[in-house]
Design a protein around this ligand. Structure first.
Ligand SMILES: [Zn+2]
Length: 431
């Protein structure tokens, strides 16, 4: 590797991430007027959590963190438990490792793909806002990083995956604030389809500084729903309202992971080579072509089911439509006009890849939002409906990993491993 050198990263090198940090002592009235009621409330809650934590019995002192050479030797030894080794390194130090790419490449060459996948996930994950979600996030992300070259491209980009607390709008975090003013044609702060970024629970590919950031959410890792207050009107850093209140929505279907969905977006945009992206685009366009026209528009070929629902919903039938007249009408629409009736995975190549990845790792449970048809799930389904070159790519990336225990139909097995588990009964509030 010639003249590779490395300097141990220091905490001071860490990029700034947090918008609001709780003051140790402060004039609370001044703080409230400076940051607004909502931010003040969540700040107080965090302080309360910190106080409660301080009453817990003291844990034994943590083991001494490994020195840099010790760490390198332990990681390179494939007989050693990678989770235990990584667990001895502070997350903010792991997050700095993109700065020593030659060292990480050297480790990748020495480590088994499975062990390197875990290290790669730990380098990219920022669980500082939701430490309780770290273990599950690492389980899900590492399942998707079996291809070392893909993982390395993401590490050096650098990609950072941030867990957003269930009581916080992602745009309250500094790395996602640019979305509050971003205009994709539907006005500032809104997505291409008119949703307010502040209310979107999970997204990918946000550029901040020199890095790319991915937002995953606490409630999808630990189960349950977001706090309703995250759907309040977004405010700027001076507390001025800069958007509208959104409809309060609950959590995602049990077994559906938008953690793996968002990671798949990051893999597609930041991990794959240009050639691989072209392959995915080719497969997407082929599927669009194969599901055009009256006969095939309702064929169940997409990760999220048929492109449109073959059955007219009740509200259509109430107005005199039949399945046939509705289908004829939808076939006659332009691709753009029909889009709102079509499943999510058929919307564009990014969503196709993200939902295909979700199906492959067994995390595509639930029904599609537009068609209300069941989503498809499991590698077996992918193998039966995708061309070999696409399956080969997914096999290389995910190496047969499944994040849920599912049966041959893609349904969850009782008491098996489950991404986005049901919330334990009686457990309320923050986790
Ligand atoms: Zn998506």
């Amino acid at each position: 590797m010639g003249e590779y050198t490395h300097a141990e990263p220091t905490v001071e090198d860490a990029p700034r991430r947090r918008v609001v940090t709780p003051p140790a002592t402060a004039d609370l009235t001044a703080v409230r007027s400076a940051i607004g009621n909502r931010a003040f409330g969540s700040l107080l809650r965090r302080q309360r959590v910190a106080r409660v934590a301080s009453h817990k019995p003291r844990r034994p002192a943590p083991r001494r963190p490994p020195s840099w050479p010790e760490l390198e030797a332990a990681l390179a030894d494939n007989t050693k438990d990678v989770k235990a080794i990584v667990g001895r390194v502070r997350e903010d130090q792991l997050n700095q490792m993109w700065k020593v790419p030659d060292w990480v490449r050297k480790l990748a060459a020495a480590m088994s793909p499975e062990r390197f996948a875990y290290l790669a996930a730990a380098i990219m994950l920022d669980s500082s806002h939701v430490p309780a979600g770290r273990k599950e996030a690492l389980r899900l992300l590492s399942a998707m990083l079996h291809d070392k070259e893909t993982a390395l491209r993401m590490i050096v980009r650098p990609v950072t995956v941030v867990i957003v607390p269930r009581d916080m709008q992602p745009t309250e975090l500094e790395e996602f604030q640019s979305l509050l003013t971003k205009d994709e044609g539907k006005g500032p702060g809104k997505t291409f389809d008119g949703r307010q970024w502040a209310h979107v629970r999970g997204f990918s590919d946000v550029t901040y500084g020199i890095g790319v950031y991915v937002a995953i959410i606490e409630e999808n890792l630990l189960g349950g729903a977001p706090d309703p207050k995250v759907f309040e009107a977004p405010t700027d850093d001076k507390g001025n309202v800069i958007g509208a209140k959104g409809a309060v929505v609950g959590g995602l279907p049990v077994g559906f992971s938008n953690t793996t969905h968002e990671m798949a977006h990051a893999i597609f945009r930041q991990g794959l080579t240009a050639e691989e992206r072209k392959l995915v685009t080719r497969c997407y366009q082929a599927k669009r072509a194969a599901t055009s026209g009256a006969g095939s528009l309702v064929a169940n070929l997409w990760p999220d089911g048929p492109r449109i629902n073959p059955v007219a919903p009740k509200r259509w039938k109430d107005k005199g439509w039949t399945d046939e007249t509705r289908l004829r009408y939808l076939v006659g629409l332009s691709d753009d006009a029909r889009r709102v009736y079509e499943n999510y995975s058929s919307q564009n190549v990014d969503e196709y890849f993200a939902q295909l990845a979700n199906a492959y790792v067994g995390a595509n449970l639930g029904i599609d939002g537009a068609t209300l048809e069941p989503r498809n799930n499991g590698r077996d389904w992918v193998a039966s409906k995708e061309p070999k070159e696409m399956l080969d790519l997914l096999d290389r990336l995910f190496n047969h990993a499944t994040v849920n225990d599912i049966d041959a139909n893609g349904e969850l097995k009782a008491r098996g491993r489950c991404a986005n588990p049901p919330r334990p009964p009686g457990k309320r509030g923050r986790t």
